[in-house]
Design a binder for this molecule. Sequence first.
Ligand SMILES: Cc1ncc(COP(=O)(O)O)c(C=O)c1O
Length: 480
Amino acid sequence: MAILEKELVTNLNKINSKESTELNRLDISDEELASIDKEYCTYGDKIHAEPNPKVFRDCNGSFMYDSKNVPYLDLEMWFAACNLGYKNKRIRDAVVNQLDTLPQISSHFQYDYKVLLSEKIAKANIKRFGRKGRVHFNVGGSQVIEDALKLVRNYTHKNRMFSFFGGFHGRTLGASCLTAGYRYRKAFGHFADEAHFVPYPYCFRCPYGKKCDSCNYYCVQQLRREFEDNCAGLYDHSSKEASLGAFFVEPVQGSGGYIIPPKGYFKELKKVLDDFGVLFVDDEIQMGFYRTGKLWAIEHYDVKPDVITFSKSLTNGLNPLGGMWAKEELINPEIWPNGRTHSTFCNNPIGMRAGYEVMKTLEEGDFEREVANKGKYFLDGLKELEKRHKRIGHVDGLGLALRIECVTEDGYTPDPELLHNILAEGLKGDLSYNGKKCGLILNKGSHYNNTITLVPAITISYAEIDMALSLLDQLFTRLS
Ligand SMILES: Cc1ncc(COP(=O)(O)O)c(C=O)c1O
């Protein structure tokens, strides 16, 4: 580990150096920014969750850094949009090349990278699921969810869908119908097509009070019972028709707190959906692109989705782009013809080029093995922390999607205040590692507002994982 530590210190020094920040720093202080922001910027997005939003000036690899060049190890990575690390040279160079060749083209003309990226994703899915399908693009996660809703409605003629308690699928009006938390909807009136919400297999806090090793997927059996009951509203047994079109599924629940379902869960669920003719839409917007050690997190569960939605790390954060893949039956040109849905920027060339280079990078690397190994190393470290800190109630991980639940002294009751304090303390930038000042960027999620979600770059080094564990240790020691 000594060599890796040396490598980390060199990186920190590089990040600390003036050279890496000079390029993009405007001559405007954090205080000036705050005063302009107060006057002219909306408070309706998420920047103002805290009274004094943190200002960063640069980023590199696994780090962001502030106006004083203090490096912050980032375990959030733009909500999982930058799996390959900030300023990834290969993706950047491809985008610069695209800027110099064909930076603009109307979304109703054809060009190379749009077609080639579709082919890459479609072929990756043939390899994984043995299913031919097609790809349709749009500009971000929620927009892709809208398109998937249209695709399902177009095929099934059903408006309503299933979704999970704790599920998050975006904030446009259609996507909000699938997003469970009432706080996302309450300001906007009644949502006629609100999903039928079903408990997620959150085994650490099982909504049915069962134990995972003995429950025999009780939650799935409950859903089956609802279908079997002719009067429960889900299924008409005489015409053999479900009243809902699809189940929108997060294979690992993202905003819900990186909850990892038990191994056989989705197979059981899929059996029920297949028996009653409901489509399976796999939302990989947060978990895709090797976050969990597979291109798609659903691959861990050995089921074949009918539709996959993806966005975020498709372009490593360099241009907003997302897409949906669907099996041929749902998306062939007869059933999904020209113009079924479209947007001005849906086929934008900068995003396509970034996406193509991301897919190529993922194909050429050994991310399956690397992410599994690094994830295990990180999780082992978290388990050590759990032993030493009473206020850590549960840790878990699948690849590099990891979680820590903050709890009170009893080891189980959720402690949202501790979570809040830990996130705020990490952003102060006064932790230390190898004698250097630094900070830690963490994200939160969950049903009880008490879970740290750890979303490092999948390119994170072992030395950086050691640093992450040390900084987490410092935070729990300071605050619990
Ligand atoms: C699983 C999932 N679906 C959809 C979305 C919405 O994506 P966007 O924020 O790009 O609209 C998100 C965003 O976090 C997500 O995690």
